[in-house]
Design a protein around this ligand. Sequence first.
Ligand code: FES
Length: 159
Amino acid sequence: MVSGIGAALSALVIGAPVVRAFVSPTLASPPKDDWVKVTDDTALLDVGVPIRLNFVVSEQDAWIESRMVKTVWLFSEDGEKFKAYNGRCTHLGCGYNFDKDANNFVCPCHRGRFDIKTGAVLDGPPPRPLDELEVQIRDSAVFVKYKEYRLGVPQRAEA
Ligand code: FES
């Protein structure tokens, strides 16, 4: 009798996660909100100087959840309107940096350069401008609609 109860409890303890693993991916797919809050306060940002902002996104693939660090660059000329660029170089996806002396973005992988105001390619092999993202200011927080695009191609197409 006791061993029967023990066996039943063991089956429950072991079986529940297995059942959940097969069932939950189909149940747990809330609508995806791509809007990400990248900073709480626009007043903390320097006007005319791009700033790199990192955030973590979780992606669910079947029953495997992965977390990845993503990057956007935020830029404003007047402190009111903001531009956001995906932090991946459009050539092969390297993370680019702000070159303060040249006042543009530079990619360390193949020396691609981009304009900070427009994202246009200034030099190097990138086939298209930086991927600009939608921005919303809610109260004083900045939200970016994060998307990724195919790399190494001249037309912007979602990945
Ligand atoms: S990955 Fe940026 S220039 Fe090649």
